[in-house]
Design a protein around this ligand. Sequence first.
Ligand SMILES: NC(=O)c1ccc[n+]([C@@H]2O[C@H](COP(=O)([O-])OP(=O)(O)OC[C@H]3O[C@@H](n4cnc5c(N)ncnc54)[C@H](OP(=O)(O)O)[C@@H]3O)[C@@H](O)[C@H]2O)c1
Length: 333
Amino acid sequence: MTTQQQRPSARQQPTQQHSIRSGFSALSTVDDVLDGVDLAGRTALVTGGYSGLGLEISRALSKAGAHVVVPARRPDAAKAALRGTDRVEVQALDLADQDSIRGFADRFLAARRTLDILINNAGVMACPETRVGPDGAWESHFAINHLGHFALVNRLYPALRPGTARVVSVASSGHFLSDIRWSDPHFREGYDRWLAYAQSKTANALFAVHLDSLSAAGNGVRAFAVHPGSILTPLQRHIPREEQIAQGWMSEDGTPARGFKTPAQGAATAVWAATSPLLDGHGGAYCQDCDVAEPATTDDMLIGGVKPWARDPESAARLWQLSAELTGLGPLA
Ligand SMILES: NC(=O)c1ccc[n+]([C@@H]2O[C@H](COP(=O)([O-])OP(=O)(O)OC[C@H]3O[C@@H](n4cnc5c(N)ncnc54)[C@H](OP(=O)(O)O)[C@@H]3O)[C@@H](O)[C@H]2O)c1
């Protein structure tokens, strides 16, 4: 990854960003965290729930009894991947297209459906420069990973079950590389694929901070951000294999590097954040390895933790304002 960084200033962090000694670890799997958990009668929505980590999340929630809605930009591929999974429904949605998000949410709300779990999991990483959104003005990582989920959650907010629903945003230790680029969030002054991914993942973390502060004071819905770990999935599709080997992510024969997780381990933290009663009272936390993460003390993304710019409440409020202006969405319903 590039070493060019947007250096954020030191800012005050909210409290609660320390391990709660959950009893789980980096090795815990989705089956471990859902052991004995009954989700019968609950409805979950998992964006990108048909590939990589999302597929593991969808299958695990379904196995625990939940009805799982999987919005997909490739519905046929989603149906094929989820064949044999019970209680799952695939619907068309492209997070790069605000009209598609509005249409999906309008249909969901018109059917008077209720959501217990919403996992913002879909994402793209290190893409070639791609422009989407109004007049092609939006950088694609920021638009898909952040603005798409921002709009989806805002529009589906009335469907979230008051008092108990949880919204989980799948962020990444990739956030280590960049704060929000306030002067140029859409990379009009030179594109860098890693900084674009990093900014979008900082945005995912800040989104959870501000959503939680708004809804904790309102309808009681709680929000969390998670780093899943490092896992070989189709996410790395834009990184040539030789580059992945050179980065130390895999050996010549494709074996994942030491410290990498299996998809079932990578999916565990999102599922834990969506369901664990241990997180009651910890809304807004950034989680990792099925526990609340510690503040990062190194720049080693494999060790992880959370950098201060991804937890800053003023930045979170400012990003919310910027995102509302860009998407034309008003206050939460
Ligand atoms: N894998 C890791 O090591 C790692 C580490 C840290 C964080 N994460 C995060 O984990 C999440 C899941 O990643 P993954 O590794 O499971 O990757 P993945 O297998 O590539 O899954 C990503 C999913 O997002 C969907 N998606 C992409 N663009 C979309 C759009 N415009 N509209 C709707 N859906 C879209 C993809 O759909 P298509 O298949 O149709 O393209 C795919 O289903 C991402 O947010 C990623 O940033 C992953």
